[in-house]
Design a binder for this molecule. Structure first.
Ligand SMILES: C[S@@+](CC[C@H](N)C(=O)[O-])C[C@H]1O[C@@H](n2cnc3c(N)ncnc32)[C@H](O)[C@@H]1O
Length: 106
């Protein structure tokens, strides 16, 4: 059995969520759709990531964002700490190697 205390589940555009919950002691983990992979019902375009970088550059809290390692993403988020990680995508029939970027403001 899993019990959650003081957990709130929201379904909001990310901009609204950040506006509503940003505090000095807030931590955001952001897992947006991969750039260039329109896999979801709601996907993002380059301008959305640019807006994300702009908004995240002025929040009071801390964030970590994970995204696929793409030159556009390195450029858009260059003002933050960027760490490259290698991992295996294991959801498909055959596991494939991939690089992701872990981006943070601390
Ligand atoms: C990589 S998935 C995240 C999956 C989630 N972290 C999980 O583990 O189940 C990206 C998610 O961002 C959502 N998304 C797309 N545009 C959005 C927006 N403008 N605001 C909030 N979420 C959005 C997509 O619908 C998708 O569910």
């Amino acid at each position: 059995m899993i019990k959650f205390a003081n957990v709130r589940i929201e379904n909001l555009p990310w901009q609204e969520l950040v506006k509503r919950y940003d505090r000095l002691d807030t931590f955001f983990y952001s897992d947006p759709p991969y750039h260039g992979h329109p896999d979801y019902k709601h996907n993002l375009v380059l301008e959305d990531y640019i807006e994300m970088a702009r908004i995240l550059s002025s929040i009071n809290g801390k964030f970590i964002l994970s995204i696929n390692d793409h030159p556009d993403m390195r450029k858009v988020f260059k003002g933050f700490q960027i760490q490259e990680v290698s991992l295996m995508y294991s959801l498909g029939k055959k596991a494939t190697k991939a690089n992701e970027l872990i981006i943070r403001n601390f």
